[in-house]
Design a binder for this molecule. Structure first.
Ligand code: UDP
Ligand code: MG
Length: 332
């Protein structure tokens, strides 16, 4: 017997919200939208909206989006006042989505819209979260694949929240989970962690992640490292604990070594030597101390950002499909 999701939409309510963060994707947007609209047309039982968030693009992405709203129905465009980053753009989308269920998609077709029917089917069976796991990553350098592999495992070890390995932001989330996520008001957003935090009934579907169709990746190596660090500090205090344990271990060895030096001096007298060992120990301890202060600093920095409590994003303009607008006018 097939279970029916108790949260299935009441008539005329939006079933599905697709959230698409966009940063300099002018050549991708028309191709992407055409592709997505084709897939959605195979799902006549679902009413949908597509929320595009322009994350301060410096190219013509905003106008391209506006152009889409005059040709297609059910589009909402949000223009952020500058580039706030993908995590903030997705948060804006989540805050604006009205659907019973939302799906986060990249604009470069690396998260294939063809999988949407499969995701919706899993939701209809009663799952609240459908994670999309990358079984292979095409068109990415060996180094990026390897570092992503190591990073996901490191994060899983460090994190206090169970995080899905090799699952990016591409996933489906039901309304009740969205309402919970909206209560997480932290300023530095690590969405993979935030989206995993509520738990609920989850399932995972594997897919082959294709290459970007046009344009190039928006993440530099440094940005990826920053995102990675923010992921670790956002969801774990283990680095602090590791620093504490390392301190304890080094103090214990220093004590034993000190004891040995006292005994040695009493038995053999003092020989003035040992410049290399002295230097080595000083440099080693200096390094460990700086590292520990650095780790501490990462957390203090996060507290600072949270204490300022600035908005996560700012919206400059909003626009909806003219077709929805004209319907609203008729009803209003
Ligand atoms: N993106 C964004 N703001 C940014 C960087 C990226 O909204 O500051 C969007 C981008 O337009 C795309 C998605 O996030 O829709 C994923 O970006 P990208 O394809 O560059 O990442 P990758 O697939 O290489 O991890
Ligand atoms: Mg991409």
């Amino acid at each position: 017997m097939q279970l029916v999701n108790p949260q299935l939409s009441i008539k005329n309510e939006i079933t599905l919200s697709i959230i698409v963060p966009v940063y300099n994707e002018q050549e991708m947007l028309p191709v992407f939208h055409h592709h997505l609209a084709k897939v959605l047309s195979t799902q006549p039982e679902s009413t949908f909206e597509i929320v595009y968030i322009n994350d301060g693009s410096t190219d013509n992405s905003w106008n391209t989006m506006l152009n889409l709203t005059s040709h297609y129905a059910n589009i909402e465009c949000i223009n952020l006042s500058r580039n706030f980053g993908k995590e903030a753009a997705m948060t804006a989308g989540i805050d604006h989505a009205k659907g019973q269920v939302i799906i986060l998609l990249d604009a470069d077709l690396q998260d294939p819209p063809e999988l949407i029917p499969k995701m919706l089917a899993a939701w209809r069976q009663g799952f609240d979260v459908v994670n999309m796991k990358r079984s292979t990553r095409l068109g990415e350098s060996k180094f990026k694949r390897w570092s992503a592999h190591v990073y996901y495992r490191l994060l899983d070890y460090l994190s206090d929240v169970p995080l899905q390995k090799d699952v990016g932001d591409f996933r489906l989330i039901s309304r009740r989970v969205i309402e919970d996520i909206k209560q997480l008001s932290e300023r530095s957003r690590y969405m993979k962690g935030i989206l995993s935090w509520p738990g609920y009934k989850q399932t995972t579907i594997s897919f082959e992640r294709p290459e970007r169709v046009a344009g190039e990746t928006k993440w530099s190596f440094i940005q990826l490292v920053k995102l990675g660090l923010s992921g670790i500090t956002a969801f774990s205090v283990k680095p602090l604990r590791i620093a504490t344990w390392a301190g304890a271990l080094i103090s214990a060895s220093a004590f034993l070594y000190g004891f040995w030096i006292v005994v040695k001096t009493l038995i053999f007298g003092e020989v003035v030597a040992g410049y290399p060992s002295m230097m080595l120990i000083q440099l080693f301890l200096g390094g460990v101390q700086l590292l520990a202060i650095g780790i501490l600093g990462e957390y203090v920095g996060r507290i600072y950002a949270e204490a300022k409590a600035r908005p996560i994003y700012l919206i400059m303009d909003k626009e909806k499909s003219s077709m929805i607008n004209s319907m609203e006018k008729k009803h209003g």
